[in-house]
Design a protein around this ligand. Sequence first.
Ligand SMILES: [Zn+2]
Length: 175
Amino acid sequence: MHEMETRIAYKGLAEGVHRFEWELGDRFFAAFDNSEIHGGKVHVDLALEKSVAGLKLDFDIRGEVRVDCDRCLEECTVQVEWSDDFRVRFGNEPVEFDGELMWLGPNEAELDLAQYIYESVVLALPLKRTHADCAPEGVKFIGEDEFKRAEAGSEMQKMADNPEWQKLKELKNKL
Ligand SMILES: [Zn+2]
């Protein structure tokens, strides 16, 4: 689906509740520059209530997106889930959207929700963004105890001349 579909021509809507659903994919996320989100697939469910007072938009967003893994820096997929709502009032109030109340001028006819949906997905990103099982490339983890035992052990002498062991020791000192 095209990202333009996240625009709503609210003026033509009758009073009452209207439901909108979007499946947003890589094309949607590609429209945002310098995004930490490389792509993904997100389902957006919107219940929009129009009344004399204005609009109330209730969002339910869920899916999965691709981001850099915090550990190995390769791409990994994380789940996102987000529920939130905001209200729209009509008038010429010079008030910036604070996430709860948006003012729309009387000459406007459309509400573009792309930025709101994108920012909601960013806020829904988990704190821990890693593969289930991965390690920084080239690094082999050695337990502190394991290392001490080996160093204290009688095998140490035999291994002292082993180039592989020396390399491991150097690496351990760098960690
Ligand atoms: Zn990883």
